[in-house]
Every structure is written in C-alpha cells, then in structure tokens.
Design a protein. Sequence first.
Length: 136
Amino acid sequence: MRRTSTGLAAACSLLLGGCLAEVHGLTPCDLREGCAGDAVCSSPQGDPCGHQGSFGLCLPRPDVCPEDEAPVCGCDGGTYDDACFAQGGGTDIAYPGPCASPADCRTLGCPGTSRCHACPTATDVVWVCLPAGAVC
C-alpha cells in the first residue's frame, strides 16, 4: 500500500495535531494565544475560537479583501464586514453574522467541560453554557 502525504496528514492531524502543520510547512498555534507577526490563528471546523481546546494553524493575514459584505463575529468579540476582514485584523471567525451584545459563549467560551448550546426561547435563540450531556 502506498502512503500519500494527504493520508499521512490526516492521520497526523488526528493523532498529533501539530503533525499536519509540519507536513504542509505551517505553524500550529493555541487559539487563545494567537500567532506572531502577520499571521492569524485559524481554528479547525467544529471548534471556533478554540474553546474546546483545539489547536489551529498560523495562516498569513490577507492583504486585500474582496467587498463581500457578509458580516461575521470575530473571536475577539468584534463584528467585521466579512471573514477576510476578520482574519486581516488578526482574529478567526466565531460565527456568521454580527456579534451578539452582550457577548455570549460563542466568543467567550464555557468553563470546564460545559459546552455552548443554542437554546430556543419564545422569540429568539440564546447561547448558554450547559454541562456536558445537558439539554436546553
């Protein structure tokens, strides 16, 4: 059986986290600490802003952004015109749309083993931290 770099990268990302970065020449980063210089720490899908302890990869900040006008909430709690502007500002994307006011667990995270959940109300959805296995 022949090994491919894609297969190796997938295995490494599952087992070691940082191995994927080494295969592609990127630097792994702690999403809460960010990256040095002109890079942004990009989070893996499923763990925006690294609140579940995932590591990301340092990617170059974009120099020029198209005018998409698809607002996003950055992991820093700021609202940006689109994902490109957020990453150009040095932050990854917490979720699509403008940031909630006041900030909720999508940008602030949850303590311990609790998780951020969308709980419906009579007129809206609120994001709250719930213990593992709990439901709204």
